[in-house]
Design a protein around this ligand. Structure first.
Ligand code: 3PG
Length: 218
């Protein structure tokens, strides 16, 4: 199987395990294991750790040891980010966009890759290269569910994981769309709760997120 086909199948599988993929910004490595455990306890098992903090790669390493979760790396901008994520044990990679260099770098590895589009032309370009599962970012700023619904008409073969501005309040509007597999969001692990190490509250947020949609079989 060629890399893009394997990548897309695996990303599709990951995006249909739970309705929400937490987008995590963790700046204390001590929070990594209890945070992952708290999310898993609430049912959210597919986690994206953004490379936006100095300790993000350490956090991925720690979380990769936690039973029951699949940890990926987000905010991949450069080829170095991608290689670092792979070395840290990330099981998938997510980018807020997609460049030729980044796509080529991902294709030179086994890391399943979720690139992002923000326009119809970008979605078409990625689909032409085989990436028929895409992140849609920044979803709310781009027009939210109405924009994705409009895109589904000409591009029914492309599926999305929208992120950016999504919360428990509007997640259902996305999840009811035919072209939306899951949503991503940071609301399940807010900074304030991380700071307080309020793990049981994070588990409650994860359970609430899980209840948004019955888990799909994959
Ligand atoms: C992302 O990287 O996917 C977004 O920054 C997440 O956006 P949110 O913080 O609005 O959920």
């Amino acid at each position: 199987m060629v890399k893009t086909e394997y990548s897309t199948q695996e990303i599709h599988r990951l995006c249909t395990i739970t309705p929400v993929i937490p987008v995590l910004v963790v700046d204390d490595v001590k929070h990594a294991a209890p945070l992952a455990a708290a999310l898993v306890a609430g049912g959210l098992t597919v986690l994206e750790v953004t490379l936006r903090t100095a300790v993000a790669l350490e956090v991925i390493k720690e979380m990769a040891q936690v039973d029951g979760c699949i940890v990926g790396a987000g905010t991949l901008i450069t080829e170095t980010n991608l290689k670092d994520a792979l070395a840290a044990g990330a099981k998938f990679g997510v980018s807020p966009g997609a460049t030729n260099n980044l796509i080529a770098a991902s294709e030179a590895t086994k890391l399943p890759f979720l690139p992002a589009s923000a326009t119809v032309s970008e979605a078409m370009g990625l689909a032409e290269r085989g990436y028929v599962v895409q992140k849609f970012f920044p979803a709310e700023a781009l027009g939210g569910p109405a924009a994705l619904q409009a895109i589904s008409e000409p591009l029914p073969h492309v599926s999305f994981c929208p992120t950016g501005g999504i919360s428990i309040k509007n997640a259902k509007d996305y999840l009811s769309l035919s072209n939306t597999l899951c949503v991503g969001g940071s609301w399940v692990a807010p900074k304030a709760l991380l700071k307080k190490q309020a793990w049981s509250q994070i588990t409650s947020l994860a359970s609430e997120a899980m209840a948004l949609k019955p888990t799909k079989k994959c």
